[in-house]
Design a protein around this ligand. Structure first.
Ligand code: HEM
Length: 135
């Protein structure tokens, strides 16, 4: 059952009905699972026909997810000179992971600034009130 695929063979299977992924140098036919994936079909289609090791590990999938993978194994990857290595992936996750983080910390900063200004204003107002009542 264990067949050897080259990267270009794997790259031919990118449609929803015929979707191969490479994870840790093993080839999986994930077409039966696309509709059931809790993370959505889009992410699987995105890495269809490619090395999905990084994407899969970045999410921190459970042991259950790894068991599901075992059931879809169709073979292993035969690396050839010039093939991409798993760590040589285009840095896809970089953009979405930095921008939400960045914007949320800016939001927090603005909220703290508004809160501080409000507190300062209230303090000044109370000071003015007490000066008024004492005179
Ligand atoms: C065929 C390979 C894959 C299998 C068998 C699989 C399986 C699963 C399973 C069972 C879960 C539920 C949580 C868990 O048990 O860890 C899950 C969640 C998730 N998966 Fe995958 N996954 C695969 C590939 C991927 C890939 C390549 C991505 C790309 C980013 C991805 C993204 C996610 C995300 C974001 C969730 C979280 C969904 C949520 O909690 O709302 N998965 N996956």
């Amino acid at each position: 059952m264990s067949k050897e695929f080259t990267f270009s063979e794997v790259a031919e299977h990118t449609s929803k009905k015929d979707l191969f992924l490479v994870i840790h140098d093993k080839v999986y036919n994930t077409s039966s699972f696309v509709d059931e994936h809790p993370g959505g079909e889009e992410v699987l289609l995105d890495v269809g026909g490619q090395d999905a090791t990084e994407a899969f590990e970045d999410v921190g999938h459970s042991d259950e997810a790894r068991e599901i993978l075992d059931g879809m194994l169709v073979g292993t990857v035969k690396r050839q000179p010039g093939d991409p290595s798993p760590s040589n992936q285009p840095p896809k996750p970089a953009a979405p992971s930095t921008s939400p983080d960045g914007s949320s910390s800016v939001m927090l900063y603005i909220i703290m600034l508004i809160g501080g200004l409000g507190a300062f204003g209230a303090y000044k107002y109370m000071q003015a009130q007490s000066e008024q009542s004492s005179s």
